[in-house]
Design a protein. Structure first.
Length: 557
């Protein structure tokens, strides 16, 4: 029966479904041409799998992966929001299908409806995705594929390798149980919209309005009201909580809460509102009183110092703040809980802080360079956060932040690699700039871009001096062939000759001249020898800044 003001609104329907129910919906799900291509990298794929595995291992009733928005259009359900998750989850199912013949039919039923794909990517990638993912028996081949030269296809290959790496340690029985859990318990809020305008309104509202941390007040209430505190203690705890919350923007406060069990016990939250994990970590770390009145305020002060570049560790303050500013340019702050834990306990110990943050800086970028085995990366970060009081467990043999000789060689080799189509290239150049004498801090959000000195497109002037196309291609992407300039300078430089580029780099009014650019002042002729020797020199600067002068890589430099 309709209420006083009418019945249900029209145009939108929302429902909570598990993954099996989402993928087997009819009509098929389609990524429209106006959507961006597949963009997830190793970090996002691995994080999704790790979160699902933690939920599975704990026997969580469900694992909520968020909301997707679908639009009815021409007999298909267009995916307005949710492509990355659905495409990756389908690839996980395909991996299980190919590895477990006994489950192949059931898995394939989630991927294909007879001879029709249940998920259609954009037209540019649909046949590639179908041939390697949706048709049986090809996931292993996809994981071994070399570079295609198309970002979306290269990322799908990387996703296949990541899935294989993240799940290979499960035996067949455990993998079977895990797949059953994912299909049943991986939960999604599905919003169906009658038209694209409705979907866009939903997407904008979800991403621009409201509170991004709905679990904070729930956690606060649970801890304060159910901890057996006296009225006076509860009031003091509530006041302290609100003081801490006021120190941060809500997003940063959300991070602080999300990291809290990790800081306390090395555990991970399944979501910001995962009360059981949060409460358990608090109890094991001394109880609610200790947490609210002692530990949480210390962690909050440490995070505020990190966010405001105001870390005070005595004579090492400038160096530590420089390293932390550079680590903050990394997209995901996996390093932050360990930094918070250390500062909350040892900010008065100057030399200890210098050593800790140099090691954390190196470990952070070794992870970004793909040198650290991703299967142990998070465990080592957790050990670093939990053992800040024990230098042996941090820096000694097999210490959480101590790179092995193989890992040091890996860092050196990664820095010397020709970096074709590398999304980390600009970040790495900013880190090199930060390591140079009189180098400056440069933000990823600034007007700065990586400029090839020997242009990747070539030109008659350059081709005459670098006649071997294969060698030219290899040299183009070496670290020593790059500098940092503004976007306008980059556009103006393009394929111009080296003398013309130098004039643009050094004589553009108002444009900054970074240390990385000043480094080429004395190089009158840009040659193979100049590129290779500059690469060697820049790598040596960076290795020395990370304290690798006694390691295998720096010795080779």
């Amino acid at each position: 029966m309709a209420g006083t003001f009418g019945g249900k609104p029209v145009g939108l329907v929302s429902d909570i479904l598990n993954l099996e129910m989402v993928l087997t919906r009819k009509p098929a799900l389609k990524v429209p041409r106006y959507q961006r291509a597949y963009t997830w990298g190793e970090r996002e794929v691995r994080q999704l799998i790790q979160d699902l595995r933690r939920a599975f291992q704990r026997g969580a009733t469900f694992y909520f992966i968020g909301q997707i928005v679908l639009v009815k259009n021409n007999g298909k359900l267009e995916i307005s929001d949710g492509q990355q998750r659905l495409a990756t989850l389908t690839m996980i199912i395909a991996y299980v299908r190919d590895r477990l013949p006994g489950r192949a039919k059931q898995c394939q039923s989630l991927i294909m409806d007879g001879d029709r794909p249940r998920l259609l990517l954009r037209d540019e990638d649909a046949s590639f995705y179908r041939g390697f993912v949706q048709e049986p028996g090809k996931m292993s081949a996809l994981a071994q594929e070399a570079e295609w030269g198309v970002d979306s296809k290269d990322l799908l290959c990387l996703a296949a390798r990541t899935i294989e790496s993240a799940l290979r340690d499960l035996d067949d029985r455990a993998l079977d149980a895990f797949m059953s859990y994912v299909a049943r318990a991986c939960t999604i809020n599905v919003v169906d919209a009658d038209e694209r305008g409705c979907a866009q309104t939903v997407f904008n509202t979800l991403n621009k309005r409201g509170s991004p941390l709905s679990g904070a007040d729930i956690i606060k209430s649970d801890l304060i009201e159910n901890a057996g505190l006296t009225d006076a203690e509860a009031n003091e705890a509530a006041r302290k909580w609100e003081e801490i919350e006021d120190m941060f923007q809500r997003e940063n406060f959300a991070y602080l809460l999300e990291w809290m069990p990790f800081l306390l016990t090395g555990e991970f939250l399944l979501s910001p509102g995962d009360l059981a994990t949060f409460r358990g970590a608090v109890e094991r770390a001394g109880g609610v009183r200790t947490f609210l009145l002692e530990r949480m305020p210390k962690y909050a002060e440490a995070l505020r110092a990190i966010l405001t570049d105001s870390i005070d560790v005595g004579a090492a303050s400038r160096e530590v703040n420089r390293r932390v500013k550079l680590m903050k340019e990394v997209k995901v702050w996996d390093w932050a809980p360990a930094a918070i834990a250390f500062l909350s306990a040892h900010s008065s110990e100057t030399e200890r802080a210098r050593r800790f943050f140099q090691a954390l800086d190196l470990y952070c970028f070794a992870c970004e360079l793909g040198v650290i085995d991703t299967r142990v990366r998070d465990d080592r970060y957790a050990r670093a956060a939990c053992h800040v009081d024990d230098d042996r467990l941090l820096h000694g043999p097999k210490g959480a932040l101590a790179l092995t000789e193989a890992e040091r060689r890996g860092v050196f080799e990664a820095l010397n690699r020709s970096r074709k189509r590398d999304p980390l290239r600009r970040l790495l150049l900013l880190r090199v700039e930060g390591a140079l004498r009189e180098g400056s801090f440069v933000s990823m959000n600034g007007d700065v871009t990586a400029e090839h000195i020997l242009p990747k497109g070539g030109s008659p002037w350059w081709n005459e001096r670098f006649p071997d196309p294969k060698m030219r291609k290899e040299l183009t992407h070496l670290l020593g062939n790059f500098t940092l300039v503004t976007h306008d300078q980059n556009k103006r430089a393009e394929n111009k000759s080296y003398p013309e580029k130098r004039r643009i780099f050094f004589d553009t009014p108002g444009a900054p001249i970074y240390a990385l650019t000043r480094d080429i002042v004395g190089i009158e002729e840009w040659s193979q020898e100049a590129i290779e020797s500059r690469t060697e020199r820049l790598v040596a600067h960076l290795c020395n800044d990370w304290g690798m002068h006694d390691g295998a890589g720096a010795r080779a430099a």
